[in-house]
Design a protein around this ligand. Sequence first.
Ligand SMILES: Nc1ncnc2c1ncn2[C@@H]1O[C@H](COP(=O)(O)OP(=O)(O)O)[C@@H](O)[C@H]1O
Ligand SMILES: [Mg+2]
Length: 143
Amino acid sequence: MMTNKTVTVRSVEETWRVAAEVAARLRPGQVVALHGDLGAGKTTFVQGLGRALGLTRPVTSPTFTLCTEYATPAFTLAHLDLYRLTGPDDLLAIGFLEYLEAGAVVAVEWPERAGELLPADALHVRFTLTGDSDTRVIELAGG
Ligand SMILES: Nc1ncnc2c1ncn2[C@@H]1O[C@H](COP(=O)(O)OP(=O)(O)O)[C@@H](O)[C@H]1O
Ligand SMILES: [Mg+2]
């Protein structure tokens, strides 16, 4: 169980710092559910996870591919963007359950589209845009 907390970040680097704290506490098979509007910083957060996990390849948005897989020294990081998901069958076709069974960490943008396939012990990260273009509020819950 991770500690629930709310932080205000004022730059991409600060978002990466929060992601690094989360990365240090991830367990295999964990889902990280990333909530927030377009441009809120969900993909930027996954970039921070990747950096903290030792990825040299940059994390890019999987908006058009639905899923991108990265091998990190610790575990596979699967990055899903469900914005274009048409139904749960799509999620099964991506291999969502197999990723979890194999002990991958699965970071999911637009997780509400996963419906009941989203595990109850997912770590929820909520990004809120503010009046300042570089400032975001990040809330961590569950996990
Ligand atoms: N504090 C911040 N945290 C994250 N992104 C930020 C921040 N400030 C500005 N940005 C910018 O906001 C955009 C966030 O985009 P992205 O991470 O792709 O959002 P999403 O995946 O939620 O649609 C990027 O262009 C990033 O450079
Ligand atoms: Mg994104």
